[in-house]
Design a protein around this ligand. Structure first.
Ligand SMILES: C[S@@+](CC[C@H](N)C(=O)[O-])C[C@H]1O[C@@H](n2cnc3c(N)ncnc32)[C@H](O)[C@@H]1O
Length: 438
C-alpha cells in the first residue's frame, strides 16, 4: 500500500509498508508493490529487489521513480531499469537479523548478507543450490551436502580491488553505480589489507583502481599499481614484505607464484579445504585394482596451476589448460620442477576437442558463465571415469550438470555436491560437484 509520496531531486519517492518475501539469488529480498502508472494508467504490480532485507520482515521501503528515458543521441544507449528501493524502517525484524558491522552495508556493492546470522547464510546458500539443481538441473533428489562454513567469516579476503574517485581516494563502489564510497577498512578484507588501506588512504591515487593482494601464509604483499618507496617502507615496517612484480602464496603445502592479473582463490583457508575436496573427489571410492599413478587428469581452467600442482604427486600425468597469458606464465613457473605437468595455452573449448591423450579424469573450474557447449559435448563424446566440477555460480553449474547427467545416454551420475563458503557475508556461492561415469 502506498503511504506517501514526496519529490526528491526531481524524482518522486513513494513509501510502502510491506512484508518481504524470499531472498532472490542476488541476496536481496523480494517485495511486491502497486507502483503508480503514468497519466491515465492503472497502478502496476511490481516485484522489487530489496537490499538488506530478510524474508518475513515487516518493513517500510522507499521506492524511487525510475529515471525517464534519455532523449537525443544518448537515447540509443538508454536501458529501462527497475526503480531503486531501500528499507527506511524495520517494524518486525526476522529472528536471523543481526546488526551489520559495516557502515556502508546496503549501499556498497560488495556484501549482501552482513545483516543475516552466519548459520542462516550457510542454510540459505545450500537451499539456493538445491533449488537451482531442481529447477535448472532437473535433479529430483540431488546428493546435496551441508555448506562447509568458513571458520572465521570476517577478514578473509586475500585480495581487494579498490576503486579511486576523482579526489584520488580509495573505496568500493556503491551497488549498481560507479560511485566510489571512500573507505579505510572493509570487514571482509584481510586485516593486513586493511592496515595497508589505512596507509594508502593518507595519499591521493591515480584512477581507476588499486589492487592489494596478501599472501596469508607468506606475509608477502603485492600492490598494483606499484606504490612509492615511502608507502612501501611503511608497509614493510608493519611486517608485510612488499613485492614488485609477483608474489607467492602457499596452499596445500605448495608455493605458487602469482602476478597481479592472474586469478587466485581469494579465501586461503577455504582454498585449502577445496584442494582436499578435489583430491578426495578424484581418489576416494576407487576400485582396488585402479592405480592413480597410471591415470591422466586434465585440469581445465587451471589458473596459476593450483590443482595441477597439488594433483601431480598422486597421478601419472596432468594436462593443465588456461587462456590467460599472465596465469600461464605463473603456471609454467610453478610447475618448473614438476615433470608430469604439461601446460597448454588456449581456451578450453579450443584445446579440448583436439586433445589426443587418453584422459581418465577432469578437474573443471570455469568462470561464472560455466562451460561452453563444446566442452560438455567433448566430455560426453569421450567419457572419463570422474569429473570434479568446481563452480562459483550454481545456476550455470546446474545447467551443465543437467547436460552431463541427463542426456539420452545419462553418461554421468552426480555422486555429491558440496557448497563451500568461500565468500561469507556475500551472496556468492561456491560448490564442488563430483561426477562418475555411469
Ligand atoms: C575460477 S578460475 C580457476 C583457476 C584455478 N582452478 C584456481 O583454482 O586457481 C578460472 C580460470 O579460467 C580461466 N579461463 C576463463 N575462461 C577460459 C577459457 N575459455 N579457457 C581457458 N581458461 C579460461 C581464467 O583466466 C581463470 O584463470
Amino acid at each position: 500500500m502506498t503511504e506517501s509520496t514526496y519529490i526528491h531531486e526531481e524524482r518522486a519517492i513513494h513509501y510502502h509498508t510491506v512484508t518481504l518475501g524470499s531472498l532472490q539469488r542476488s541476496g536481496h529480498a523480494t517485495a511486491e508493490i502497486h507502483f503508480p502508472g503514468g497519466e491515465g494508467e492503472e497502478p502496476k504490480l511490481l516485484q522489487l529487489a530489496i537490499p538488506a532485507g530478510l524474508p518475513g520482515e515487516r518493513v517500510t521501503i522507499a521506492v524511487e521513480d525510475p529515471p525517464t528515458p534519455k532523449t537525443g543521441r544518448r537515447s540509443r544507449r538508454w536501458k529501462p531499469r527497475p526503480p531503486r528501493a531501500w528499507i527506511t524502517e524495520i517494524h518486525e525484524p526476522a529472528p536471523e537479523r543481526v546488526v551489520a558491522p559495516c557502515p556502508v552495508f546496503g549501499t556498497c556493492g560488495g556484501c549482501q548478507l552482513q545483516h543475516m546470522q552466519y548459520e542462516n547464510q550457510l542454510i540459505w546458500k545450500r537451499e539456493m543450490v538445491g533449488q537451482l539443481l531442481r529447477e535448472v538441473g532437473q535433479f529430483t533428489d540431488p546428493p546435496l551436502l551441508e555448506t562447509v562454513p568458513c571458520e572465521i567469516p570476517w577478514n578473509y579476503r586475500n585480495q581487494m580491488r579498490f576503486s579511486v574517485n576523482r579526489e584520488g581516494q580509495l573505496g568500493l563502489t556503491a551497488r549498481g553505480t560507479h560511485r566510489v564510497l571512500p573507505l579505510i577498512s572493509c570487514p571482509i578484507a584481510h586485516e593486513r589489507i586493511n592496515r595497508a588501506l589505512s596507509v594508502l588512504s593518507q595519499y591521493q591515487h591515480p584512477r581507476p583502481q588499486v589492487i592489494i593482494r596478501y599472501g596469508v601464509n607468506t606475509e608477502q604483499m603485492l600492490l598494483q599499481p606499484q606504490q612509492s618507496e615511502e608507502i612501501n617502507h611503511q608497509l614493510n615496517d608493519m611486517g608485510m614484505t612488499v613485492c614488485a612484480e609477483t608474489m607467492e602464496e602457499q596452499v596445500g603445502g605448495e608455493t605458487f607464484r602469482i602476478r597481479p592479473s592472474s586469478f587466485f582463490q581469494t579465501n586461503t583457508p577455504q582454498a585449502e579445504k577445496m584442494a582436499h575436496m578435489v583430491m578426495d573427489g578424484l581418489l576416494s571410492h576407487r576400485q582396488p585394482d585402479e592405480d592413480p599413478a597410471k591415470l591422466t587428469i586434465v585440469d581445465a581452467y587451471c589458473g596459476v596451476g593450483t590443482f595441477a600442482l597439488l594433483m601431480a604427486p598422486h597421478f601419472g600425468r596432468i594436462i593443465a589448460i588456461e587462456e590467460s597469458p599472465s596465469a600461464i606464465k605463473d603456471a609454467q613457473w610453478n610447475a618448473r620442477e614438476t615433470s608430469n605437468v604439461e601446460i597448454l595455452k588456449g581456451k578450453v573449448e579450443d584445446v579440448l576437442p583436439d586433445l589426443s591423450a587418453q584422459v581418465d579424469g577432469f578437474v573443471i573450474d570455469p568462470p561464472r558463465a560455466g562451460c561452453q557447449p563444446v566442452v560438455l559435448e567433448t566430455l560426453l563424446r569421450y567419457p572419463v571415469g570422474r569429473i570434479v566440477y568446481i563452480s562459483c555460480e550454481p545456476s550455470t553449474l546446474a545447467r551443465d550438470l543437467d547436460t552431463l547427467c541427463h542426456g539420452e545416454e545419462k553418461t554421468y551420475r552426480l555422486t555429491s555436491i558440496q557448497p563451500l563458503d568461500m565468500f561469507p557475508q556475500t551472496a556468492h556461492i561456491e560448490c564442488i560437484a563430483v561426477l562418475e561415469r555411469n
